[in-house]
Design a protein around this ligand. Sequence first.
Ligand SMILES: Nc1ncnc2c1ncn2[C@@H]1O[C@H](COP(=O)(O)OP(=O)(O)OP(=O)(O)O)[C@@H](O)[C@H]1O
Ligand SMILES: [Mg+2]
Length: 331
Amino acid sequence: MAKKTTMDAARTTVKAGNATAPAGAPQNAAQTARTPQNAARAAQTPQNAAQAARTPQNAGQAAGKPRNTQAAGAESNGSFPTLEVRNLSISFGGLKAVDGFNVVIEKGQLYGLIGPNGAGKTTVFNLLTGVYKPDTGTIHLDGKNITGKKTIEINQEGIARTFQNIRLFKDLSVLDNVKVGLHNHHKYSTLEGILRLPSFYKVEKEMNERAMELLSVFDLDKECDYKASNLPYGKQRKLEIARALATDPKLLLLDEPAAGMNPNETSELMETIRFVREKFGMTILLIEHDMKLVAGICEKLTVLNFGQVLTQGDTSEVLNDRRVITAYLGE
Ligand SMILES: Nc1ncnc2c1ncn2[C@@H]1O[C@H](COP(=O)(O)OP(=O)(O)OP(=O)(O)O)[C@@H](O)[C@H]1O
Ligand SMILES: [Mg+2]
């Protein structure tokens, strides 16, 4: 089990049917709302159904379009899935943290990765972003094999992430945190920077404008001069997403974005994630324990349990799957 930090301990979000909860502990109302069963009901609301049908890919799936099962294969129209992972595994000592993981995520999809504590979810993100090198398996981004590349290269290829425990440059301003992310695409040479050549000011101006644009998406523009560490917790989480988006990714990975948020902040975050998908046409894979959030915004889910895929498919079906409920409740 991963060692928990103070931030984890301070979470107010109750983890769904937390497998580590004492057996027979009474479930409070918040927990009840976050069990897979209840979440599945929420996923079947007309709003969610309409939302799920909005993207062309989902319309295709609804129309019975076959799922892409080729390894890194192009679909009939010649385009690739944004992410295609095959047989991904890694062991730490004797522990198979991720064991034969597969997933295919189409462009524009909002995809959830769920599972009990210690199931291997964050390890999957660490494998996708080159923090760990897999023992087996392949990772294709937009048809390109990125397996084994370094973290910085993978970010430049188009995968950006946020972390389970927020990692901001705490002493930098809110604006500068976003500008750090913009350096993938806005560049000036060291010499231009030292000599303060006109090209330096031009790039700086473009970066300031772009950063402010991104901050306004997250309603953080008024706090642009604040030190990042002075923002309230919910806003720090949003700033991390803004910084990840600044790298202009094809795929955005969010590791427990609602952790530590109160219910109001969580519903606001759901709207923001939806908005990011719509506005930027972003493909998003998110890890989350808050089943209300998962059911409210994810179109597809993969459930990990003990490092292995327990099941995957449409959100409402997965959340109604008896095996998923059992895995969460540890029965
Ligand atoms: N670097 C590492 N060295 C040794 N074991 C590790 C390492 N990283 C992860 N693990 C182990 O791999 C397993 C999966 O951990 P991981 O953090 O991926 O779980 P998780 O599904 O993200 O859990 P949570 O919901 O609690 O965040 C755990 O048993 C963890 O202790
Ligand atoms: Mg984790």
